[in-house]
Design a protein around this ligand. Sequence first.
Ligand code: GLN
Length: 497
Amino acid sequence: IQRSRKALLKNCYATVSQTSPREKDTLNALVYRVNSATDTVENGPLKDVRVAVKDNICTAGIPTTCSSRILETFKPPYDATVVKLLREAGAPIVGKANCDEFGMGSLNLWSIHGPALNPSQYDKSPGSEVELRSAGGSSGGSAAAVAAGLCDAALGTDTGGSVRLPASYCGVVGLKPSYGVLSRWGVVSYADSLDCVGILGKSVGHVQRVFQTLNKFDDKDPTAVHPDARKQAGFLCQERVNAWPGDATLSNLRVGVPQEYFPTELSTAILQPYRNVLRSLAKRGAQIIPVSLPSTHYALSAYYVIASAEASSNLARYDGIEFGLRVDPDNMNHVNQAGDIYAQTRTFGFGEEVQRRILLGTYALTADAFDNYFLQAQRVRRLVRADFDNVFSARNVLSSTSSAPECGVDILLHPSAIRTAPPLVHDAERDVYKLKGSKDDLDAYLQDVLTVPASLAGLPAMSVPAGVGEDKWPVGVSIVGQWGCDEAVLKVGEEIE
Ligand code: GLN
């Protein structure tokens, strides 16, 4: 433990270095390719939808590394329920998609496979100096694979924005469904109370088809929401959807513009595409209504406390004893042997960001800090939920206290991210890619500021491409609905697309 991490790397394991994506001449989107579609039903309804699966979702006999050294050799003996459903529907699985380690990150930089690159401008300038930009994270490989045409749709996971953010940066569609609607069985946990399986696709239609295939109650997932609640929510939302049939007739659609979603950090390049979407909806009769969600300002801090606390508990299972990587100390003796294995395995096996989250989360859960951090964050989470319930026209069927306001809105519309895809630079000293011009790692945390509120409240949210910013890189707008109104969110997405 006294030895530096570098020495450990040398002694214990062959180093898997971050290969430069230029050297590999690839986007580094898929980290494992599947050649034959074994175990996939022929002629199923999704036979024409090639799907990539994020590398933190279990695939039988196929590596599932979570982009972590600690699971580098892990081949699950089973498929996650969502993968099983895809196979049963005949979807060809093309491979495993790069991501941040255990889903922790916003730029896909924290990965043993190296960064996933944004293809939006990548292919378009052959021979010329191509600007390296992040595909976003943590489901960066899934978004880049869809954008580059390596697949038609991809599974990601979204704990605080990891599907919507890369979708926005790469110019594809990304849906985080309502919490508890898609099965998490076989999905490697990051923060259970927030984790959702999400879907990326080249069109809303692709996302919708995959969503409808996966939207099944699974009794193996203890957090799956009961079919009665789904039915109830579906009914309430269907009433609203029927009121705005689409095309030229959006006159009954009430679109909320949350005033707090335009922070000072929001780049002005984002605003024009966002306004264009609002204008086109208004032209077709939709009512645009300013609304206020006052607890938004506290959401990001609360998110990072809750997510880290849950991560510190979840990741305790990687102890070098039960499963995963094991690093034996050099001089094994009887004194404190298990502790040494545990410490060395985790020191070597977890990357820098994951270690940071474990420490942060462990601290937030200690007796001294619990009241000031963890409890406060839970209170903020309740306020964020209440804010949403106060503006939506549909009641939240999961809350006994929620009653819909008289003149509520059907959906909220806001920019998905505060900027277009961030440029990357190579830090030669540490041989890692970093955010260009960034002074500290907090800049990466800030990327999630607009996506975490819907995660804390468990609401369906989808990023849809809305053109490009001044720098010609993609911009996304996000549609957020009441819990269980996923179909309504998809429907509005179709109108915007
Ligand atoms: N960037 C956020 C985090 O690191 C969100 C990640 C995610 O949604 N998986 O926690």
